[in-house]
Write a protein that binds this ligand. Sequence first.
Ligand code: 3PG
Length: 219
Amino acid sequence: MSTPQTFSALQVMQDAPVIPVIVLNDVAHAVPMARALVAGGIRMLEVTLRTPQALACIEAIAREVPEAVVGAGTVRSRSDAQAAANAGALFAVSPGYTSAVGQACRDVGLALLPGVASGSEIMMAQEDGFTQLKFFPAMQAGGPAMLKAWSGPFFDVQFCPTGGVTLQNAPEFLALPNVVCVGGSWLVPTDAVAAGDWVRVTALAQATHALRKSASISA
Ligand code: 3PG
């Protein structure tokens, strides 16, 4: 009941060390999956718009799991942003950046984490006022070394690396001063969802909390 209705991109990033990237094929899985993540201490949930059921899943989580803050991933167009907001998403994540998507998210009141993979894309997002960005695909596009290189010219940008990030390599990212959190699909494995193994999802969520500590020790 007391959950605030708006979140900034920074608040979305700061809530936990990992934003789970979720792909759901069955709306019946949405609520138990969200409850399992919340039970493991993860409440910012990125449900990707990659399946026909994604919007219905966002709607179900927004309605039935008030402890969760559901966002939409894979937002690539104005209509994606509009549909996500209508379904009850409170933030958006995009795999790349266009000014049209940035403006659309503003128009519908969604905090946006725009995806970038190059200096030019960072500059375009910054020109439009976005300084918290998703680095995607993080491992494929240069990994921690790329973020170190960007920390000079883009000293005022904060990143959420996503793509190829795992429980094993996450500490290397989280130890970087320009990384606030990481994103990853490993918290919600396809086979666990198919089997309804919510205990495993909760355990995977719980395991991510050690990341913040080990990151600050090695920082
Ligand atoms: C995605 O959008 O697919 C995310 O980057 C997830 O990548 P991962 O499966 O490598 O975590």
